[in-house]
Design a binder for this molecule. Sequence first.
Ligand code: FIX
Ligand code: ZN
Length: 416
Amino acid sequence: MPVITQENLALVVTKEVEQVRVTDIHTHLYPPNFGDLSLYGIDELLTYHYLVAEFFRYSTMDYEDFFNLSKTQQAELIFQTLFLEHSPVSEAQRGVLTTLKELGMDLNVRDLRVFREQINSIPAFDYVDRIFAIAGIKEVVMTNDPFDPKERQLWEMKGNKDPRFKAALRLDVLLNNYEKNYEYLNQMGFLVDKKLDENTLTEIRRFLRYWIEKTNAVYLAVSLPPDFMVPEDSYRSRILEKCVLPICRELNIPLALMIGVRRSINPRLGLAADSLGKADIRAIEYLCRTYPENKFLVTMLSRENQHELVVTARKFRNLMVFGCWWFLNNPMIVEEITNMRLENLGLSFIPQHSDARVLEHLIYKWVHARKIIADVLTKKYLDLLESGWKVTEEEIKRDIEDLFGNNFWKFVGRNV
Ligand code: FIX
Ligand code: ZN
């Protein structure tokens, strides 16, 4: 182990950050045996909803006409518009370049058909292994929606056989839209009523237990609008306090709150239609204070919420801050937020998740994140050296392993 000096510090930190195998705590990936739910390949990469939104910044094409095209045609249009007619400087555009480069492609070819052929020629059977290896991923946590008929059927018929894919049970439909979907629960065999009477609450708890057990979920999760408030007189607040939190306590499982999304502000954009807003931190304060036996993983979508979120985490040890979510996953904002978290919370947070929807997203999301986190960490260790505090390579490795995986597993309280 070398003595860490101001001269070799950056090299050591960068090496450790590049080598650490990541637990990616929030993705939209699925194991290969989930068939067409599991997305991969250049056409999926190019039709990522981040890029669809950016395509319409330049194109005057009718939204419907675009969405009526085949995936390949959409990908061709996006490649032409975002990569050939303009330089691909946005974070999502640059992400495609990083991905292709790491897959060994010659970017100067600039020919989508060639990229497609080269990617398709990689043998399918070890594709996941290969992408995980390039991205340095140990395991990913999925987003599993028991209200999605296709996904539900896969869990009922096949289940997940790949231990690198961990489940997280997504409760958006249950919590954000109960009144429109309760009959769906009845069809699944849970005898609930629109009115949240005692019997209904018992059945909702049975539904949660059933799905946690079936998926072996490592946490429950919900995305929430900026006006999320608890306690309040709403289905969401009552189901949360009377069903979700008690089950989390009973089974010792955290609840992830992903707060600040405003869905479908321009519905014509499909999956790309969502936006954000600043939320009220008092909902998190209430939950952490009232339910000290519950564990909350929290990420917030608005940049304006980040400072109060870290301050709140200083007050509650049952609150684990995670990730720079979605519109925050830009280098300038990731750098700012990571600095803020280190300065307020030390190393007791989870700096990033990928939100990958397409398998290869793991590559660019983590190449970009690792670079920023390594740079920010290097400056923090430099401050320590300048104050006369010596750090060893082992300590740096330990800290980095905590940030990229161990903090999550310690918080979850089990390693599955
Ligand atoms: O709700 C979520 O988990 C969001 O991350 C996604 O729904 C969103 O579309 C996304 O992919 C953001 O990165
Ligand atoms: Zn997500």
